[in-house]
Design a binder for this molecule. Sequence first.
Ligand code: GDP
Ligand code: MN
Length: 329
Amino acid sequence: MLTYTPDQIRDSRLKPGNTGLVLPVRAAFVILVRNSELHQLRATIRQLEDQFNARHRYPYVFLNDKPFTEEFKRAMEWVTSGDCHFGLVPYEHWSMPPWIDRVRAKWAMTMMGSRVPYGDSESYRKMCRYESGFFFRHPLLDGFDYYWRVEPGVEFTCSIPYDPFKFMVDNNKSYGFAISLREIPVTVKSLWKTTNAFRAAYPDYTAPNNMLRWVTAPDGDYNMCHFWSNFEIASLAFLRSPQYTAYFDFLDRAGGFFLERWGDAPIHSLAVAMFLNKSQVHYFDIGYYHSPFQNCPTDPHFNAQHCFCNSNHSMIYNEDSCTNDWLAL
Ligand code: GDP
Ligand code: MN
């Protein structure tokens, strides 16, 4: 039985210079990360600070299924302007639930093997389940209303000359994305069927001006479109809502996180498509790169002034992007 010290479970490091700082939105960057990703994350945060946060000083919440090392915490304190909160993920949130058939789960991993990215990885499945159903329940997020997800290694290739959190609040937005694309079908074989069963069980939960058209193929099946969840700026109230948590519980019971390889991106996206009105979702046309795709603003004036990305390479021009279809809704 592993035991952790209180500081390994949650450790808030406030910067004296931020005392009395009043932010327009109760918001934070949320970063699930391993100790071994320290250097990729340093590079990412360096850019995020230069392009945006040095002018705002929003806080950071770092989460990990293993205790952060002192080296990791010090490095993050140095590279950030906002306060840093380090949290350990509780075991129940990072595990295969007891109702999953172990033999079938093992078989699924063997069958997918190396033919599908992370096909044979159990830890990747735990991560996807955590990002789908649990990160917003971490006590370190209790005081926040909005989050911006960041991953080690991503790049912010344009300055962000406004406050996206404030934009969300002022415009009544609940979910913001930068890149959309199509999922690998074998990873979500029964997700659509399970989602339809959920909708039948909870008919009142579907929003009047929903975006289900955006995720539905002409034959009525799932068209694999989803928002790429490695970047998202969203309302925590949305994830904490009875609709979202009922949907997650329903999916978790069905077992597809382990019996298939359901990603948090299609799950967040199907929830957004069902429960939100189109007006509550926003396409952030910001400079953002997560290998192998990027969003790069195409407005030549903005790009020239603010960016170091080539707009010809923006995902918006890729036939696997679903963003133009979303804009056309
Ligand atoms: P991909 O974007 O789908 O290729 O997946 P990533 O490897 O980028 O993982 C998604 C996020 O979860 C990243 O922020 C990773 O740092 C984090 N992550 C993935 N696996 C683990 C893990 O086992 N432990 C921790 N602490 N973080 C993880
Ligand atoms: Mn990633």
